[in-house]
Design a protein around this ligand. Structure first.
Ligand code: PMP
Length: 416
């Protein structure tokens, strides 16, 4: 595949500066022979060592040498120690074809990853296909690069390939550049795509020659049956750009994620990344890398599976409370991820109700219109996050919601 043909007009000529592109900078500063770059002198760093205590009682000692890495500049794709841990992890979890032709780039979380992808690939006017209802940051981002967003509706199994084909056919007056999709535990619908659905969508990407950006923060949060593969696992042609994050596994505050894609794509993404932030924080990268070493790859995967069991209990608590309070008022499906996606019956739009009746009674939930390209459009959906609920909060919350819906229905059809 001709990787160059996918880059945005603005990124085509981007190049790394001499210093960064030689990759000598980091490798030589230790020897004292680096007289080229403006690195701060580690002898003057105010921190020397650190100790973290894990929730299993183990202690992480961050040595003086690592503190020097943590407080120093690094390479735009990340500290080598972390990159060399992530590459085999992607290979083991997702088994992508031709992993040796791909590269991992450490980012400051998936929002940052999505941002550099948009800048690197989208030329104003390019068509970008997105789920009809999706993570609102994506709308803002795509608008900022003047993409032509095309919403594609789904069913209970996620985005419908027949409607994607229809949308592609209708977009023949421009370049269909990429599809953005959340494959597991979608935000907001909670749907995990089956492998068959992924295959159908992937074959359209090959047929119509577009890239797939899979943004997958909820990969580990699958509860009833697990789809362990992803678009990257199917990617024989090198057209998938995968975005991972540690936000839902280690913690959102580490602000770390990673992109996996074909090397020419990652090299171009790296330039965009270097332009914006040089690289993700080495401080976070050192701590994350040491944590991964301490847990071991298997231990990290095990930790995520254990956490998924705890999130499943919260999900089931939310489902029970929904059955108790919202039966007959709303419809929903058992979700993966962190969100219960409620469809309010007999109401065309819930925005006013959520703002005027729920917020005012202290219940914070997200009206479905927030997930549409045009958030002024009506939507009967509500997104409820169950990641931090307690029995009491969800019970009271759904009681308030039930009352609000009943009041709204009465207003719509007052008794005679
Ligand atoms: N993408 C999706 C689909 C998300 O749901 C979120 C978090 N809510 C993000 C990206 C942002 O993740 P990060 O913290 O890694 O930037």
């Amino acid at each position: 595949m001709n990787h160059d043909s996918y880059f945005s007009d603005s990124s085509t000529h981007n190049k790394l500066s001499f210093l960064i592109s030689t990759r000598q900078e980091i490798e030589t500063w230790k020897t004292g022979r680096n007289l080229a770059s403006g690195l701060p002198n580690p002898d003057f760093f105010p921190l020397t060592e650190a100790t973290f205590t894990l929730n299993n009682g183990k202690v992480l000692d961050i040595s003086k040498d690592l503190i020097e890495v943590a407080l120093q500049y690094t390479l735009p794709d990340g500290i080598p120690q972390l990159v060399s841990q992530l590459t085999p992890m992607v290979a083991e979890l997702l088994a992508p074809p031709h992993m040796e032709e791909r590269m991992v780039l450490v980012t400051a979380g998936s929002n940052a990853g999505n941002y550099i992808i948009a800048k690197t690939f989208i030329t104003p006017g390019d068509y970008v296909f997105i789920p009809e209802m999706t993570y609102p940051q994506i709308h803002i981002l795509l608008r900022s690069v003047n993409a032509r967003m095309v919403p594609v509706a789904g069913d209970q199994d996620g985005m419908r390939p027949d409607l994607l084909r229809e949308a592609l056919e209708k977009s023949s007056d421009g370049r269909s550049k990429l599809l953005y999709i959340i494959p597991h535990g979608d935000n907001p619908t909670g749907i995990t795509l089956s492998e068959d659905r992924m295959r159908e969508i992937y074959s359209l990407a090959c047929e119509y020659d577009f890239l797939i950006v899979e943004d997958d923060p909820y990969y580990f949060l699958q509860y009833d049956k697990q789809v362990r593969s992803s678009f990257l696992s199917l990617d024989t042609e090198g057209r998938v750009i995968r975005v991972d994050t540690f936000s839902k596994t280690i913690g959102a505050g580490v602000r770390l994620g990673y992109i996996t894609a074909d090397q020419p794509f990652v090299k171009k993404l790296m330039i965009q990344h270097a332009l914006i932030m040089s690289h993700a924080s080495p401080f976070s990268q050192v701590v994350t890398s040491e944590l991964l070493s301490s847990l071991g790859r298997e231990g990290y995967i095990e930790m995520n599976k254990n956490n998924a069991m705890k999130y499943k209990q919260l999900r089931d608590m939310a489902l029970q409370a929904a059955t108790k309070h919202l039966t007959g008022l709303c419809e929903w499906r058992k979700p993966d991820g962190m969100f219960l996606w409620l469809k309010v019956l007999r109401l065309e739009d819930v925005t006013e109700m959520v703002i005027q009746r729920c917020f005012k009674r202290g219940l914070f939930i997200v009206p479905g219109c927030e997930f549409l390209i045009d958030s002024t459009q009506p939507s009967p959906y509500i997104r409820v996050s169950f990641s931090m609920i307690s029995q009491d909060s969800v019970d009271k919350g759904f009681q308030i919601l039930a009352e609000a819906i009943q009041e709204e229905l009465k207003k719509a059809a007052p008794e005679i």
